[in-house]
Design a protein around this ligand. Sequence first.
Ligand code: AVJ
Length: 313
Amino acid sequence: MTNVKEMEKSFYKDVLTGLRSVPKRLEPKYLYDYRGSELFEEITKTPEYYPTRTEMRILKKELNSISHYIGDDAALIEFGSGSSEKIKFLLHHLKGIKEYVAIDISESFLLQSVEKLKKEHQHLYVHTVCADYTVPFSLPSLKAKKKVLFFPGSTIGNFDKQERKTFLNQMSTLLTKGDGFIIGVDLKKDEKLLHSAYNDAKQVTRAFNLNLLQRMNRELLANFIVENFEHKAFYNHEEGRVEMHIESLKNQLVTIGEEEVSFQKGETIHTESSYKFSVQEFQNLAKEANFIPKKVWTDEENLFSVHYLEVKA
Ligand code: AVJ
């Protein structure tokens, strides 16, 4: 288990480093405290945010094919247990899953969602790991014959070029020859659709982004005045990613713990990138990280893709 005090210390350190950088930035993982995880769940229910719903539709449509790739004695290992709908669905319908490992950075969220699962699947071996999967960690020892990693929601899109390389390589080291990796990847598409997915009318995405300021107020004794900042999200064509920023609406000075940080009017904190890929682009990445792309499932409108990769050696 990760020590909470240690986590808070590194949050403080990372915040100061990020806000003293030019341009200012904060790692997207910090968006997901308990409140942030709740708000993300709410985002997935907005009409504009298509990824979660589309991925779920693909899983339903392709259940038989997925079952074939998973096999009859597998441990499913999930990153980010916030996506409980997808997991519930797979565990309920795929008899080949004998064991389940939930890995999440938010311990309270993790324990809560896993408690329910245990009650509903009494014959399933369930393990929880509270970890930051952007740094190396190891898996508990498992009983099932085959390991299949499950990384839905296009969270891979949060990582920059180097981070996703490291991540995919690290995932392949958790596995042995013949093990699998099911990963959801958001596809490149019409810019207007992307824009509205990150600028929903009910402004849930705005609340999700600005919660990061409130989190710093709560946990780091910062004094951000939330009204003095605004949510900003747009598609960056050259980079092939949606960028989410928090924009300062005026020149201002903010205290964070013992330190002060100044903001110029119009200056932003880059809080998240969400890269979009073509099927080919993603398969090439997978190949570079010791995986064989075995199968890709998509929806009819080509909004989203789910890949089955097999580890090579
Ligand atoms: C959970 C990282 C996949 O990038 O679409 C949703 C997070 N941010 N709306 C995404 C998010 C703003 C989401 N991921």
